[in-house]
Design a protein around this ligand. Structure first.
Ligand code: HEC
Ligand code: HEC
Ligand code: HEC
Ligand code: HEC
Ligand code: HEC
Ligand code: HEC
Ligand code: HEC
Ligand code: HEC
Length: 486
């Protein structure tokens, strides 16, 4: 037994040096001996995994189990489980591991918002998962004091966990793995996960180019990009023409290798006749529509110290327009962006800016109560959903040509919830706290803010102060419309 282990150690050492040389001058000319050992056990034990790898481009290039799973001696997650101790492997294959052969893709990815998506622990949403929705009921060896199962099964599966390792065996803690969240924090300190998009063990680009791939995370009430795409003309064209999309081609330039429809990757990552593929998905977007008020993309890049912060939002808009021009003509595209920008302005002027002011003033009132806690009042949820759900939906849908989401799930919901929840809840707070000695000043300030908002251009109609001429013209049109169904 001891002799066998020794032989394996020597084989492993040779393979590592071949790999190091191979990364510079080419790849192994055949499957390495170590990989054959891995296959010897795993082909039978896990035929699905083996077949996916066996049908992959990696197999064709002699990139085997060991070439990806090889670990450094110092790695804390090097497996010491009694089976693999002498191979020097780890379960996690981080972006730094892929970077040994795919340096450019890894560099771009590590410099994008995707790899930073695990940095959400301080966010408002995180308080929801850990406190408001969750508890500390999930206890594991690395979380003796417990952790919220809502975070583990929810947020972390999209954003990424901070992987924790059993220091004795190198095995991964159950609260933190399985996890391929896109901004996962790996045991080697790197951020992100390439498998978030490149399903193992096929690692196929065809799969990565499909909209469903992005749709694992980009969907739902607060960022329905996948649903938005499905209802857009682009999604319709894609669904009707999947067989013409040439998804398996290694070269995939819009306008040359396919023209039927754009997928998410086409607009946000893939090559055009003048642009190379980029794994930084932020390089073609002007706006970051996630905060209550949209921010320019280079400004939010600066926050994470991304090197792409030097590329201005306007340059990025040009890059996106370049994609559109593969299929559309300039005026069409320019006019489209004027429409989209107008929707951002509408949302901000009518809802976001006055909404933020009202929320701050209402919170000041609520805080005069010693039992105050955030998210213990209806207005906390109402305001959160106004900007975080409806306000984002309207902007996301307008940016990607989905009229139903822009309107019925966007501006309509904004108006409905503003008038039937937000304003009534503000009035209720005024009513409840008016007359309390210690909240006098705060209530007066809230009343003044409400007065100001209700008399603003966007809202004065709701207190019957609309310009009479405008009102009269509308009522005339309404009367004419009614005639049709008499
Ligand atoms: C002697 C048979 C055998 C060989 C050789 C072998 N494995 Fe395994 N491997 C197993 C078994 C059995 C398990 C399941 C372990 C368990 O249940 O704790 C496993 C589990 C794993 C895991 C998951 C470990 C975890 O707990 O997270 C990885 C990754 C892995 N093997 C990769 C490899 C690679 C890469 C090689 C080649 C360097 C290899 N294996 C060689 C039998 C083998
Ligand atoms: C191109 C790189 C690559 C190759 C080649 C590769 N793997 Fe993996 N493997 C990964 C990645 C990435 C993961 C996901 C682990 C993580 O969460 O980072 C993974 C996960 C695993 C797991 C744990 C996940 C599960 O579903 O059980 C096992 C076991 C495993 N690989 C074994 C193998 C074996 C055996 C081979 C060879 C037949 C192999 N791998 C080849 C990259 C690779
Ligand atoms: C030892 C070198 C090596 C490592 C490590 C490696 N790859 Fe590769 N990978 C290659 C080579 C070589 C090819 C090209 C194969 C070809 O075109 O025939 C390739 C191709 C690919 C492709 C394109 C597949 C397609 O369908 O065209 C993807 C995606 C990919 N790798 C992702 C990854 C990811 C993600 C990792 C880390 C989990 C990784 N690779 C690790 C060498 C490697
Ligand atoms: C957001 C999803 C996503 C993530 C995360 C991602 N990729 Fe990709 N990757 C793609 C898409 C989509 C393509 C296909 C681009 C094309 O050909 O149009 C691709 C293509 C590739 C290719 C094929 C070569 C090329 O440039 O065309 C390689 C290699 C690759 N990715 C490696 C990686 C590595 C390594 C990582 C992690 C550092 C990674 N990818 C992370 C979506 C992703
Ligand atoms: C279904 C996957 C998914 C789940 C579950 C999820 N998120 Fe997200 N989250 C996303 C995506 C995708 C974005 C980016 C949306 C966009 O760009 O429009 C995002 C954006 C965010 C942002 C804004 C980040 C920034 O810097 O702009 C925060 C904060 C956030 N999520 C926190 C959380 C928390 C905390 C949870 C759990 C309570 C959670 N998310 C659950 C997918 C998810
Ligand atoms: C595993 C989850 C996941 C997958 C899969 C995923 N994303 Fe994301 N994406 C996120 C999260 C989370 C964020 C928000 C990151 C942040 O800023 O904190 C995000 C942000 C973005 C952004 C905004 C970038 C910026 O610079 O502001 C774009 C664009 C994007 N994703 C496009 C894509 C596309 C296209 C795909 C598929 C090819 C994809 N994503 C796949 C989770 C995912
Ligand atoms: C026809 C091109 C096109 C397609 C297809 C497309 N997008 Fe977009 N996407 C855009 C444009 C344009 C914007 C807005 C850019 C700006 O603000 O300048 C955008 C913005 C985004 C953002 C930023 C949202 C934020 O919160 O700031 C994300 C995330 C995103 N898209 C993801 C996706 C996903 C996922 C898919 C597929 C389901 C997809 N996109 C399909 C063109 C496209
Ligand atoms: C690969 C080709 C392709 C690319 C790239 C592309 N589109 Fe389209 N676009 C189409 C097709 C096909 C339609 C559907 C036309 C139809 O149904 O009449 C369409 C429809 C549209 C529509 C709906 C127009 C209508 O008459 O209802 C708008 C708006 C639009 N695209 C804008 C854009 C913008 C903006 C971009 C870049 C961010 C873009 N497209 C990128 C192919 C493309």
């Amino acid at each position: 037994m001891i002799r066998i282990i020794k032989t394996l150690t020597i084989v492993a050492a040779i393979a590592l040096s071949t790999l190091a040389a191979g990364a510079e001058s080419g790849l192994p000319e055949a499957l390495t001996e170590v990989t054959k050992e891995c296959v010897g056990c795993h082909a039978e034990a896990n035929p699905g995994m083996y077949q996916q790898w066996g049908a992959s481009k990696h197999y064709g290039a002699n990139v085997g189990c060991y070439e990806c799973h090889a670990a450094n001696k110092a790695d804390i997650d090097i497996l010491r489980d009694g089976i693999h101790d002498d191979y020097g492997i780890a379960t996690i294959v981080s972006p730094l591991d892929c970077a040994r052969c795919h340096a450019q893709e890894s560099k771009e990815f590590l410099n994008s918002h995707h790899s930073k998506a695990g940095r959400i622990m301080g966010s408002l949403d995180n308080m929801l998962a850990e406190v408001v929705e969750g508890n500390n009921g999930m206890v594991t060896p690395m979380f003796p004091a417990g952790i919220s199962a809502a975070a583990v099964n929810g947020c972390w599966q999209c954003h990424g966990s901070e992987i924790r390792v059993d220091p004795e065996t190198g095995k991964l803690d159950a609260a933190t793995w399985p996890n391929t969240g896109i901004g996962r924090v790996n045991p080697d300190g790197s951020e992100g996960s390439c498998t978030a998009c490149h399903s193992r063990h096929s690692f196929s680009v065809a799969l990565a180019r499909r909209p469903e791939n992005c749709g694992k995370c980009h969907l739902g009430p607060d960022h329905p990009q996948y649903e938005v795409y499905q209802e857009s003309k682009h999604g319709i064209a894609y669904n009707a023409s999947q067989d013409k999309m040439n998804l398996d081609s290694s070269k995939w330039i819009v306008g040359e290798d396919y023209t039927a429809a754009p997928t998410c990757a086409t607009c946000h990552m893939s090559a055009t006749k003048t642009q190379a593929i980029s794994h930084n998905i932020g390089l073609r977007i002007k706006w970051n529509n996630r905060p209550p008020i949209s921010k320019l993309s280079h400004e939010t890049d600066r926050k994470w110290n991304l090197s792409s912060a030097s590329i201005t939002a306007d340059t990025r808009r040009e890059k996106m327009i370049d994609v559109c021009l593969s299929c559309h003509q300039q005026t069409f595209v320019d006019n489209f962006f004027i429409q989209y920008e107008a929707l951002i302005d509408l949302y901000e002027d009518k809802y976001a800016k006055p909404g933020l002011k009202l929320y701050a003033a209402a919170t000041d009132v609520l805080k005069t109560d010693p039992t105050y806690a955030k998210f213990n009042h209806p207005i906390d949820f109402t305001w959160f959903e106004l900007w975080h759900h409806e306000g984002r939906r309207a902007r996301h849908a307008a940016s990607m040509m989905a009229p139903d989401y822009t309107h019925w799930h966007g501006t309509y919901d904004l108006a409905k919830n503003w008038l039937s929840h937000y304003i009534p809840e503000i009035k209720e707070i005024i009513h409840k706290y008016e007359g309390r000695e210690n909240s006098k000043e705060q209530v007066e300030a809230l009343k003044a803010t409400l007065e100001e908002v209700q008399n603003s251009d966007g809202w004065k109609w709701s207190i019957n102060k609309e310009d009479p001429a405008v009102k009269e013209a509308r009522e005339k049109r309404q009367a004419e419309f009614k005639e049709r169904y008499k």
